[in-house]
Design a protein around this ligand. Structure first.
Ligand code: C2O
Ligand code: CU
Ligand code: CU
Length: 532
């Protein structure tokens, strides 16, 4: 924000009472001042003995209370599974967590899910990253009322990878995810199984989120009203698989760590605290062609990354921690006010997970130097090679827009129609940063936007910083892993990113949007249509 605007002017400008801004300060207790219930048994992905051809599951979205801290239980929203047909091990619950369940399926399997809505609000499930028909994809117009049910029936055609699912009702996605509704959808295939990657107790899914709890141990959402919605919600407590202060016992062996950033808006700069480089083996859409190493990895909301981590040389009794490194936060007009009320702004550093190394485990099978084959799209095959389909991300008034538009339930603009089968360049240009942000009058926000496209997995073609601050950019750009298949890509302030996507699976109307869930709910989402 322009330095000349004082806090009081700003409050006037926004038409907010002073009370709105102080709300966050009262009622909340400082982070880490209470004990987490010791949860830390790792979630183990039991290998599937046999894979049934089909799986039918009831998922009831409802309310529950859970002991997350000592003292009062925390009211949460969660999916309660029950397997109707198929093997029970295909559905794994995360015991004691609001998250889950975890689907364990193989490419080619038929999946039937009956969603039952026991919530006080409409809801619908979106299967993030899966290539499925429109009616299965959880568009908000399919949302069901309290008491109603929705039948999903689709075939898994994705390659092996860690996908996920979460609610997608109109303007209610962020709070429903926040209160707990999300689960993992892990697909394996023969190519992946043949690699012999760490499995069973050496294969750990880790969902990273942030929440704020009040003194009654209840989750607090959007205490700062409009501010939180413009910037995105930032909680002051980091949770892994639904547990705060997370630590896990592991053996001195090699692990596959499957990470999902399931946070509403927080970006993580993941690293090992002792500076050991990270080895990434997969991203959103599954295995990379070969492992890549990074000093740190940037993980934006909705994105996944899988790490191969070898603890075999570590001594029993030692610890290893996965942290988020500090980075220069975004210039949203001075942390205190526009950083939301969060005492943990984007860019703060903190521990995510402590791994306590125990006895020697299974012998380590060296990580294969070749993991899979990725057919690279050729930009020369793109139908709009000379004229990329471009999407401008900008701030207008109090909301973030895409090509000057907000979400409309049923409309598709002329420039949002693609032909079934076409390979296209989509270009996202983030004008919110540097000198280019139009913003709110004199204000100039720096805002990153993790853009997600339903219905496809894409490849990142290019990134270009066109305006804005090099230093903000360079604080995170060394951690992008763009080598494989993606369905969500972070567009930094002032950055232009081109991706290549082939719209080859299903005709129909799908969504593309910012996966900062507060931005999405405020309208930073649009339909696009694949015309058959
Ligand atoms: Cu994970 Cu439309 O979102
Ligand atoms: Cu999605
Ligand atoms: Cu956004």
């Amino acid at each position: 924000m322009n330095q000349n605007i004082t806090r009081r002017d700003f409050i006037k400008l926004m038409g907010l009472g002073a009370g709105t801004l102080t709300l966050s300060a009262c009622g909340l207790i400082p982070p880490n001042s209470r004990f987490a219930v010791p949860t830390t048994a790792p979630v183990i992905l039991t290998p599937l003995a046999s894979v049934p051809v089909s799986l039918a599951v009831d998922l009831t979205a409802g309310r529950a209370t859970l002991p997350i801290f000592s003292g009062a239980e925390t009211p949460v929203w969660r999916y309660q599974p029950s397997v109707r047909e198929g093997s029970a091990e295909s559905i794994q619950e995360l015991s004691g967590s609001y998250l889950g369940p975890i689907f364990r399926v193989k490419t080619g399997q038929r999946i039937q899910v009956r969603l039952k809505n026991d919530l006080p609000d409409p809801t619908i499930i979106h299967w993030h990253g899966l290539l499925i028909p429109e009616e299965m994809d959880g568009h908000p117009r399919y949302a069901i009322a309290p008491g109603a049910s929705y039948e999903y029936d689709f075939q898994v055609i994705n390659r092996a990878g860690m996908y996920w699912f979460h609610p997608h009702p109109h303007q209610l996605t962020a709070p429903q995810v926040y209160y707990g509704l999300a689960g993992l959808f892990i697909v394996s295939d023969d190519e992946e199984i043949a690699l012999g990657l760490p499995a069973g107790e050496y294969d750990l899914p880790l969902v990273i989120q942030d929440r704020t709890f009040d003194s009654q141990n209840e989750m607090v959402y959007l205490a700062n009203g409009m501010m939180d919605s413009m910037i995105g919600f930032l909680g002051d407590t980091i949770l892994v698989n639904g547990a705060p202060n997370a630590s896990m016992d592991v053996r001195a062996s090699a692990y596959r760590l499957r990470l999902l950033n399931g946070s509403n808006s927080r970006i993580y700069k993941l690293a090992w605290q002792d500076g050991t480089p990270l080895t990434a083996i997969a991203t959103d859409g599954g295995l990379l062609e070969k492992p890549v190493t990074r000093d740190y990895i940037t993980l934006a909301p909705g994105e996944r990354v899988e790490l191969w981590a070898d603890f075999s040389g570590r001594t029993s009794g030692s610890e290893m921690s996965l942290v988020s490194l500090p980075f220069s936060g975004f210039d949203n007009g001075g942390g205190m006010m526009m950083g939301g009320g969060s005492s943990l702004p984007n860019g703060a550093s903190f521990d995510i997970l402590i791994l306590k190394i125990g006895e020697k485990g299974e012998d380590v099978i060296p990580l294969p130097s070749r993991l899979s084959t990725i057919e690279r799209h050729d930009v020369k095959d793109a139908v709009n090679q000379n004229n990329p389909r471009s999407f401008t991300l900008a701030m207008q008034g109090m909301v973030h827009t895409i090509n000057n538009r907000l979400f409309e339930m049923d409309s598709v603009a002329r420039d949002e129609i693609v032909r079934l089968g076409d390979l296209e360049i989509w270009e996202f240009a983030n004008l919110e940063g540097g000198g280019g942000g139009m913003g709110m009058g004199m204000m100039n926000m720096e805002m990153p936007h993790p853009m997600h496209i339903h219905g496809v997995q894409f490849q990142v073609l290019s990134r270009q910083l066109t305006q804005g601050s090099e230093s903000t950019y360079q604080g995170l750009s060394g951690g992008f892993v763009d080598d494989g298949w993606k369905d969500t890509v972070l567009i930094m302030p002032g950055e232009k990113v081109q991706v290549l996507a082939r719209f080859e699976n299903y005709a129909g109307t799908f969504l593309y949007h910012c996966h900062n869930l507060e931005h999405e709910d405020a309208g930073m989402m649009r339909n696009y249509k694949v015309q058959g």
